[in-house]
Design a protein. Structure first.
Length: 529
């Protein structure tokens, strides 16, 4: 028994040999570089010869031991120029750098709705972590020609001047351009608020704005119930230039997640002038050659590769859409400057907001002569297309006549009539901030003014007429509004109903005005006594 329990040397040898044969060492090779220099948010890195363009790198601070993310932008012969997405002041020469093997990406998902986040997807609103559904690269190739379909579905902004004359369609890129303080952000925020009853998901991307202004936009959206379907991506003026540079791309990636699910999205970039300035800052520190206005040579590509991602996908790809409303700030109304001309050439039209109109009380201050939508009537319902067809031309003629009338005293009756109607048209197109109007209401009031039904209404009473008329329609002609909203056509039957409603209200309004005038006269007489 004793001999049987002892292990023989040959058996031990056999077991050892079989274990040695099965053993495989898990070799792990890691490429580690080091920081050559750090300045102004840029790190020069040596040793990472296999790094990719736009790859995320991890720099470990020798002071704190924390890892800071950097983005490889310049791949040079003997070093890498990387922009640092965080606090660069804690990094020093000799700090270790590791590759991640991933290009810059952001987490995406429905959990972002109602949240305020930075360009890397980190929450800024203090409401805890965001529930995500995966991630997307922030800078990708735009959908190709085959994956798209023409822009034909309207995206209503709720602003009469825009929906009637400069219509925006789902999948379009419409530039909002103007000087500082002309209401560019207000137009974009109104468009977001107007999507409340629709299926459009909105992303507001603030680039280089004051934190107080961004806070005001968030509070406005929340007050009107728009944050339920909106995401705010904020890279404030105090944030590093790299964060301002990537913010629009991150916002687009968040929107594309929904677009490829077949949903409709609207992205507002407020504003791309500041993104270009941040990119110029990065490029100059990276020692890239400056061009016109010191911008780098690829500043056109900066915006074209971003805005080309706006699309109306074909039905085979789900039929989703991404509508882009980029904002550009001009200096002294100069639309021929470098960045404005670049973005005008990329987009499908522009809404030009003019300071003179804004300060004269015409708000939104849309300059009809320079503003244009290259999609045009394709992005309007048929009823709006029919009533607003002559509106743009009439308004442009009025502006010319108005300038001429300043120098001429004797005007013929036809010219006076045209000027009078133009004044009433301008008055009708004025609209208070954050009060978007339903498309059926727009069709009714624009039909009234373009067909002369307001010619006898005093100009200072036009807004009162409009308010009363819309209340009258809702109270007595709800069926008419329903027909315009659902059928979206101005048939003979609908037009006859509309004319009857206008004539009926005009009688009521005339009687009210007469009694108002009489009471005002009697009050004035009593006061004089």
């Amino acid at each position: 028994m004793a001999n049987d329990s002892q292990l023989r040397a040959s058996e031990i040898q056999g077991v050892l040999l079989s274990e040695i044969e099965r053993y495989e060492e898990d070799l792990h090779a890691e490429e580690i570089g080091e920081v050559l220099e750090v300045k102004d948010g840029i790190a020069r890195i040596y040793g990472l010869t296999k790094a990719m363009a736009s790859e995320m790198l991890e720099i470990t601070s020798s002071d704190t031991g924390d890892a800071v993310t950097a983005l490889a932008l310049n791949l040079e012969e003997d070093n890498i120029g990387a922009v640092i997405m965080g606090d660069w002041t804690q990094l020093h020469e000799g700090d270790q750098v590791r590759r991640t093997g991933r290009v810059l990406e952001v987490d995406v998902g429905e959990g972002y709705l109602g949240r305020v986040v930075d360009p890397l997807g980190n929450p800024l609103d203090g409401n805890g972590p965001v529930e995500t559904e995966g991630s997307r690269q922030i800078d990708i190739v735009a959908p190709g020609i085959v994956a798209r379909q023409p822009v034909e579905e309207p995206l209503q902004t709720g602003l009469k001047a825009i929906d009637a004359m400069i219509p925006i369609g789902r999948g379009q890129r419409e530039l909002i351009i103007g000087d500082r303080g002309t209401g560019k952000t207000a137009v974009a925020v109104d468009a977001i608020i107007n999507q409340k009853e629709t299926d459009v998901i909105c992303i507001y991307c603030a680039v280089g704005q004051r934190a107080g202004k961004v806070r005001g936009v968030v509070e406005t959206l929340a007050e009107h119930g728009a944050m339920d379907y909106s995401i705010v991506v904020a890279s404030n003026a105090s944030d590093p230039a790299p964060m301002q540079y990537i913010a629009p791309y991150a916002a687009t990636a968040l929107a594309e997640h929904f677009m490829w699910q077949g949903k409709h999205t609207l992205v507002v970039y407020d504003d791309l002038s500041k993104q270009a300035q941040a990119y110029r800052q990065l490029s100059l520190v990276l020692r890239r050659p400056p061009g016109r206005e010191a911008y780098p040579g690829d500043v056109f590509y900066l915006h074209s590769r971003l805005l080309e991602r706006a699309a109306k996908l074909s039905d085979a790809h789900g039929g989703g859409s991404l509508t882009a409303l980029p904002i550009i700030e001009t200096q002294g109304g100069d639309v021929s400057a470098y960045i404005p001309t670049n973005v005008i050439s990329i987009t499908d039209g522009q809404i030009f907001l003019e300071p003179d109109l804004f300060f004269s009380g015409v708000r939104p201050a849309v300059n009809v002569g320079i503003s244009v939508s290259r999609v045009g009537g394709a992005a309007q319902i048929k009823a709006m297309k029919k009533v607003a067809g002559r509106l743009r031309l009439d308004l442009a003629q009025f502006r010319e006549l108005e300038a001429f009338a300043q120098f001429g005293s004797d005007l013929d009756a036809a010219t006076q009539k045209q000027l009078a109607r133009g004044e009433r048209t301008v008055e009708i197109l004025k609209q208070p901030q954050y009060q978007p109007m339903a498309v059926e209401d727009q069709v009714a009031v624009i039909y009234a003014v373009t067909n002369g039904h307001l010619d006898d209404i005093p100009v200072d009473r036009v807004k009162a007429w409009e308010r009363g008329f819309l209340q009258h329609l809702r109270a007595h002609d709800a069926e008419l509004l329903r027909l315009i909203r659902e059928e979206q056509k101005l048939t003979d039957e609908v037009r006859d109903m509309l004319v009857s409603a206008i004539e009926a209200f005009n009688e009521i309004f005339a009687a009210e005005e007469e009694s108002r005038t009489e009471s005002a006269t009697s009050e004035a007489a009593a006061a004089s006594v």
